[in-house]
Write a protein that binds this ligand. Structure first.
Ligand code: NDP
Length: 481
């Protein structure tokens, strides 16, 4: 059976205690590999390797760091098929999605930061009258911790690692225990690209043990975490007394606001994607759909029809649009929300049931589900489900739509569908979130700041923001006569 080992100091190794976890293939509900179940001692080993590598890596020229990052990107691209298959096997997402989005984006993360680091600059302030010149020196932090979730495994893992090492830090990283396979393969790729030993150390295991040991490690000076809001809160509590630098990318309950004056066909097609891409397991999915009352009935009919055409099936099948959910426990969580909707007397318009895919009856398949809700304060609209369930409800006025959009503890992204640019500006300013998409969705330019407000997180990643996070600014003040 495939063993998912740790990658420490440039070498694959077993966990010190020789303990292992089962790894399931969600499409078939079967164990297909064993994952290193690492603990605090493994994290210490990884930390030591990272600390030893830091002095040399932080002094390595920008050109050389950039060259190695680009090489990693090139090798990921060259192994697109193998990596996409691994991602689909491990996560349950359609192979076509892994091939077109996840793996290309992992390569772009490295090639983007390979270039960005050569363009990173800092400010200078001349204090006229004081005869002095200030400039800001941006230095790498040291050993940093990167913890990532299961929904976009290699995509989000590399989104953290690439800027961290580009900026001259060394890393102890933990992928989600549910989807560690592509992170494991990345180790080999880094070795092939010539990344010096110890610059990237990948430790597998449970969040409560391996993840917690990273957060608690007194010498790991910064943590970048993407995952659930509750886990983020827990990490923040541990990190705060040690004054660690923290970047938290957390949950969402994103509104999709549809006005009658939008480009209807484009909106409809995109809304199907923003609802159910990756089985609805993207933090940016629009899970609360608000539709202007004058087009509500038409939208309801057309949306149900389009969603009913989505093919649910084995992720490796090229026609599959909806693959398997990531785990049995997640399937049960998603399903429980259908029961919650029933107790709240909401109207289940479509879906709501598990799917028995032929020959794979043990797989974790669930229908794309549309629930018509009566108001925004119900649990279906307030709690993050993170699966293939969306709610729809009508609104009468722009103010009502805005109030409902903002009436949530989350603030990650919003999508606006309208052709009225005055409305776009009015609403964009007032929406409480980190990203507003106008007549589009998941349209990402890696130079832009990425992150959420309220309980969707703290800080921004992406572009130069990420390089700022992974460096410590120091003011140097020089006087002259
Ligand atoms: P979790 O919070 O459960 O886990 C995220 C990562 O943290 C995993 O690697 C997990 O390990 C680890 N972890 C768990 N407990 C601890 C701990 N005590 N200390 C340190 N690390 C820990 O999230 P999910 O993996 O379930 O991911 C889904 C969530 O991620 C959703 O809420 C989603 O909205 C959010 N997300 C946010 C994004 C954003 O950019 N804002 C993007 C994508 C997802 P293990 O898996 O082994 O438990």
């Amino acid at each position: 059976m495939q063993l998912i080992l740790n990658y420490i100091n440039g070498e694959y190794c077993k966990p010190i205690d020789d303990k292992w976890l089962d790894n399931y293939n969600p499409a078939e509900g079967k164990i297909y590999s064993k994952i290193a179940n690492s603990g605090a001692e493994d994290i210490e080993k990884a930390y030591k390797a990272a600390a030893d590598a830091f002095p040399s890596w932080s002094e390595t020229s920008l050109d050389e760091r950039s060259r190695i990052l680009q090489k990693i990107a090139d090798i990921i691209e060259a192994n697109l098929d193998q990596l996409a298959e691994a991602e689909s096997l491990d996560n349950g997402k359609p192979l076509s999605l892994a091939k077109s989005v996840d793996i290309p984006r992992a390569a772009s993360n490295f090639s983007f930061f390979a270039k960005a680091i050569t363009q990173f600059s800092s400010e200078a302030h001349e204090s006229i009258g004081l005869q002095s010149m200030n400039f800001t020196l941006r230095q790498p932090i040291g050993v940093v911790g990167c913890i990532s979730p299961w929904n976009l495994p290699l995509y989000l893992f590399t989104w953290k690692i690439a800027p961290a090492i580009a900026a001259g830090n060394t890393v102890v990283a933990k992928p989600s225990e549910i989807t560690p396979y592509t992170a494991y393969l990345l180790g080999e790729i880094c070795t092939e690209a010539g990344l010096p030993k110890g610059v990237l150390n990948i430790v597998n295991g449970l969040g409560q043990t391996a993840g917690e040991a990273i957060t608690k490690h007194p010498k790991i000076k910064a943590i970048t975490f993407t995952g659930g809001t509750k886990t983020g809160e827990h990490i923040a509590k541990i990190a705060a007394p040690m004054f660690k630098k923290l970047s938290l990318e957390l949950g969402g309950k994103n509104p999709n606001l549809i006005f009658a004056d939008c480009n209807y066909d484009k909106m409809l097609e995109t809304t199907v994607k923003s609802s159910f891409a990756n089985q609805g397991q993207i933090c940016l999915c629009g899970s609360r759909i608000f539709v202007e009352a004058s087009i509500y009935e038409q939208f309801k009919k057309d949306f149900i029809e389009k969603v009913s055409q989505l093919k649910i099936g084995h992720p490796m099948n090229s026609e599959t649009k909806i693959g398997a959910l990531v785990s049995k426990s997640h399937l049960e969580k998603v399903e429980s929300y259908v029961e919650i909707a029933k107790t709240e007397n909401q109207n289940i318009l479509f879906g709501g049931k598990r799917v028995d895919v032929e020959n794979f009856s043990e797989g974790y398949y669930f229908q794309p589900t549309i629930i018509e809700v009566k108001s925004n304060d119900c649990r279906i609209n307030q709690e993050e489900i993170f699966g293939p369930i969306v709610s729809i409800m009508p609104f009468e006025t722009e103010t009502e739509a805005l109030n409902m959009a903002n009436d949530t503890k989350y603030g990650l992204s919003s999508t606006l569908w309208t052709s009225d640019m005055n409305r776009v500006m009015r609403m964009s300013k007032k929406l409480e979130c980190g990203i507003v998409w106008v007549n589009t969705w998941l349209n990402r330019d890696l130079r832009t700041p990425f992150g959420g407000t309220k309980q969707s997180g703290v800080g921004r990643e992406g572009g130069l923001e990420a390089l700022r996070f992974f460096t410590e600014p120091k003011n140097i003040c020089i006087t002259y006569e």
